[in-house]
Design a protein around this ligand. Structure first.
Ligand code: HEM
Ligand code: FES
Length: 771
């Protein structure tokens, strides 16, 4: 479909037309073209950087590409209805429509394209087969299949992992999960690809009719299989479970839902996962050191899976419909507008993921990726997919660690907006070097699967202390490098790392050159501190190794300002120095105000004076040149941002001094990682009793039930941690809940028999949970 022009009436409007804006790439955006297929995130970098929400005349959709905007659209499934998620993106010709009608094709609402309140009622009813305990039952089946397929080609020296393994295994797992009778699996296999082309692809006129034939047959056969299951719904699987439930709640689990899900469920569980597996192996083999690391240590595999899903996910974009006039990322969006929200682009947004284009096994926020969507529709099958991916990677890395991508292949993708994975992935190896030939025990080894995302805490990386220099009185500068000389991940100004020192984890801002392959931090000796800085000052020596987590950035420099005022107090100069260096190198306008007690205590001062000359204004207590924040910031300057880091006293003086500035002009460094919306002053502490284990856990005013349970070693799944998705639900056996989620209905809340642990709390002083 091509609408040819922008749908907004610009007569008299101040805003530039999103299509015809001079630098716009919107007019050239082609989601069926090679560039988008091969690298959706890379092909939309121009958009993330300059025009993050734009109208595509080619598609007739508004395209959203930045992380925060994509997440905001996913989050609000009322303002942004999912009803068009399965609509055909390329309208079909009459002949194809007639063909579909001949087969009685009536694909309707399932879950993914259902509006509220019907969606949540159905999702809640049907979620049980996806709980970790139920998923665990599938592990032996997935492993058996993965082994059989690897057996079939291990001695060949060459395989197309898509055709020879992933396509088949994920389909068989999907059919088992759904509870399809064995004898019908072969027929269903034949049809599933047609649905993707039909829904998200751009088939030619002739292809449309052929695709419609296949889709029609798929639909009819899905109905036949469903009827068979109906006759005996006592077996295992999600469809028999849904049919049994239909007897209790026919208005929630409708006939139309069951028939549609019988077909859509296969696609949801199959192609997404087959593609994800092929994308994962491809990106891992392209990052050989990571591949070798996971071959050597399979406990790293869950982390690798998550980073693969982020870096090279299999759902590139999803769709929503605006139900009212609104704004996304500051761009007006009219009611009725269709949105293509590009998860793959969001997953490479530097504003959320530090050094986003690099593959980093130790990334602390890889699981924030949006490949499974977000909020109340977030993928229900994500942990089944994670399990499959872990098992595939474990079998391949253990048995074929010498695997490499075949060099002579041209990787192609099925042109469509959303489902992304190579058509074929040829790999090769020397069978004579298969470890199992010399050590048959390799065949039997296996590593336990982790159900769910990897632990929240990132894997540490080992670094060696290359150099320790006295930077100022009481301040040491450490230079930290990879022990075998590999460059450490890139970082952006304002980023920090966590260092494990003397049994403690402390955060330090990076203050060196972001282009350097090693990191530099400056550490003030804090007598009253928890002991981390004392350890660094008194014990640490060059050549020692440390565990480091990160880098991550909660203090990003907004590149859009016309001028920057940097204010630092004491050791707070470290992030500020990196920011000022960056703005200087980019030719920006800025000034630095650096406050300290005495010059001898001011770290980096000499270097800053050399680099920044009279842009640097030292405010030195012993010289009587203290900073007068009110005076400095007396007149708000449009387009100016104030970045500050330092002691609380300085930050609150700046807060007062900028009260009359435009909102958000002052940006300060927050070192506490999880600020969250919880206000401990407004909360009370209470106990949760775990009925199954007989334990009682205290939930302090400053923590969530989820956080307190995790700290006590009780694993609870979670996703949004904002009360939107239902993942963290637990059963409540006694006590009154103060519900704060958006998942449960008023009636469900009233019975107090379940709660979302990420946000809801006890109304009284005790809850008993079914854990
Ligand atoms: C929904 C991706 C595997 C079942 C979704 C959505 C995405 C997605 C993007 C829409 C989310 C939203 O609107 O916020 C993926 C990916 C997979 C995968 C990338 C593999 C790597 C699976 C598997 C199943 C499954 C194995 C098993 C049955 C579902 C269901 C929904 C869904 C039932 C609808 C949830 C709802 O609307 O409440 N998936 N999926 N998916 N997925 Fe998956
Ligand atoms: Fe999503 Fe709690 S409701 S994690």
């Amino acid at each position: 479909m091509s609408t040819g022009s922008c749908p907004i009436d610009h007569s008299g409007a101040a805003a530039a037309c999103p299509v015809t804006a001079p630098v716009s790439g919107a007019a050239g955006f082609d989601p069926f073209g090679e560039a988008y297929q091969a690298d959706p995130a890379g092909s939309l970098r121009w958009s993330r950087d300059g025009e993050p929400v734009f109208y595509s005349p080619e598609l007739g959709y508004w395209v959203v590409t930045r992380y925060e905007d994509v997440k905001a659209v996913f989050r609000d499934n009322v303002l942004f209805s999912p009803s068009i998620a399965l609509e055909k993106i390329t309208p079909v010709c009459e002949e194809a429509t007639e063909t579909l009608a001949r087969y009685g094709y009536a694909m309707d609402r399932t879950l993914v394209n259902e509006d509220e309140p019907a969606h949540m009622a159905r999702r809640r009813a049907l979620i049980d087969p996806f709980t970790p305990a139920r998923l665990a039952h599938h592990e032996p089946m997935v492993r058996r299949l993965a082994r059989e397929y690897v057996d079939s080609f291990a001695d060949a020296g060459k395989a197309d992992l898509v055709d020879d393994m992933f396509w088949e295994v994920t389909l068989t797992v999907a059919l088992h999960f759904l509870g399809v009778p064995e004898e019908d699996m072969a027929t269903l296999r034949k049809y599933s690809i047609a649905h993707t082309v039909n829904t998200w692809g751009r088939p030619s006129r002739d292809e449309q009719v052929a695709v419609a034939e296949a889709v029609g047959k798929f639909w009819q056969f899905a109905g036949t299989v469903l009827d068979k299951i109906r006759r005996d719904p006592s077996g295992p699987g999600w469809m028999p479970y849904s049919i049994r439930l239909q007897r209790e709640m026919p208005e929630v689990i409708t006939d139309s839902y069951l028939h549609s899900m019988m077909m859509a469920g296969i696609v949801a569980a199959h192609e997404t996962t087959a593609n994800a597996a092929a994308n994962a192996v491809k990106v891992l083999l392209e990052n050989r050191t990571v591949w070798e690391e996971i071959c050597a240590d399979p406990s790293l595999i869950p982390y690798a899976v998550e980073e693969c899903l982020r870096h090279n996910g299999s759902v590139a974009a999803w769709r929503r419909l605006a139900t009212a006039d609104t704004e996304v990322g500051g761009v007006p969006i009219p009611r009725g507008a269709k949105l293509l929200i590009v998860n793959a682009s969001a997953n490479h947004d530097e504003r959320h993921f530090e050094h986003a284009d690099e593959f980093d096994l130790r990334r602390d926020n890889a699981a924030d990726h949006l490949t499974f969507g977000y909020g109340s529709h977030q993928c229900m099958g994500k942990n089944l997919a994670r399990m499959e991916l872990q098992i595939f990677l474990e079998e391949l890395t253990r048995r074929l660690p010498h695997l490499e991508l075949a060099g002579d292949q041209q990787i192609t993708y099925l042109p469509n907006t959303s489902f992304r994975g190579p058509d074929h992935l040829w790999v090769q190896w020397d069978p004579a070097a298969n470890p199992e030939r010399t050590d048959p025990a390799v065949l039997l080894r296996q590593h336990p699967v982790r159900i769910g995302e990897p632990p929240k805490r990132a894997l540490p990386r080992r670094v060696v202390v290359e150099e320790i220099t006295r930077e100022a009185e009481g301040v040491l500068r450490l230079r930290l490098a990879d022990p075998v000389g590999r460059p450490l991940p890139k970082w952006s100004p304002g980023a920090h790392v966590d260092l494990e020192v003397g049994g403690l984890s402390r955060q330090y801002s990076l203050c060196g050159d972001p282009g350097d392959s090693a990191y530099e931090v400056a550490v003030l000796r804090e007598g009253a501190g928890r002991g981390g800085s004392r350890y660094i000052h008194d014990e640490l020596a060059p050549g020692d190794t440390l565990n480091l987590r990160g880098p991550r950035n909660h203090f990003r420099l907004d590149p859009g300002a016309r001028r920057y005022v940097f204010v630092a107090g004491g050791i707070g100069i470290t992030p500020i120095a990196a920011m000022a260096d960056h703005v200087r190198a980019a030719g920006g306008d800025y000034e630095i105000h650096y406050c300290g007690r005495d010059r001898s205590t001011m770290a980096l001062l000499a270097r800053l004076e050399r680099t920044h000359g009279d842009r640097l204004v030292p405010h030195v207590g012993s010289e009587g040149t203290r900073l007068d924040a009110e005076h400095l910031l007396a007149t708000p300057v449009p387009g100016t941002l104030v970045y500050a880091c330092g002691p609380e006293r300085l930050l609150s003086a700046l807060d007062t001094a900028t009260r009359h500035w435009p909102e958000d002009s002052l940006r300060v460094e927050h070192f506490t990682a999880a600020t969250g919306p919880l206000d401990p002053d407004g909360e009370h502490e209470f106990d949760v009793e775990l009925a199954d284990s007989g334990r009682t856990i205290r939930v302090p005013a400053g923590n969530t039930v989820l956080g307190a349970l995790r700290e006590a070693g009780v694993e609870i799944a979670s996703d949004c941690e904002e009360g939107l998705c239902g993942s963290c639900q637990v059963t409540v056996l006694a006590g009154e809940v103060d519900h704060r989620d958006r998942v449960l209905t008023k009636a469900e809340r009233a019975v107090h028999n379940r709660m979302m642990t990420c946000c809801s709390r006890a109304a009284g002083d005790r809850l008993t949970l079914g854990l």
